[in-house]
Design a protein. Sequence first.
Length: 199
Amino acid sequence: MKPVRLVAVAVLSSALLAGTAMAQDTTMKSPVLKAPVFLIMPGGLTSCSISCPANESKTDFNARFQTVIPTATDWLALVGGLQWGWADSSAHGPIGFFGAIVPIVPLNNATRGWLSLSLDPLGVTTGPGGKGTNFFLEGAAVLNIGAKMMKTMPVFRGFGAYFLIDQQLSRVPRDLNGDKDYWNPTLIWGGLLQIAPWP
């Protein structure tokens, strides 16, 4: 099965399972899909970050725009967005991504809302000259600064800092020995601001 189809099937299956579970609880009146949340996420992107041939690691400015669609369960949200390194002509071109956010609810509850941790299966599509859509597994951490420290400042209630580790799992790049390199993630980090709906 092609990676993009695999991701689509996984996301749809998760949404259907969530919907089935909610349908069994007649006391729940929340819709399966909630209103989307729009984020701007400027920061940096480091490619070839861990296992990498000499002098190939590179960090560029990264402009990221992300839409999150929460669901009625705390264990699943849908996500899609675009990012690119427009500040440098040699930086990465436009990259589209889509998939699911699977929050690690017990850990998030343990931090009392300060941290949001998740594992995100994603389809990632590069622009012209790329190799189509690949399957990535992303580990995400968001520090909810605005929600915890700026509750009285509406503009900043949706402000936070994020750190993402993205490992490609389809068409895996090969190392200097010709072996598939599963320890060569892309690191993405920066600040985020919720721009709609107003937090």
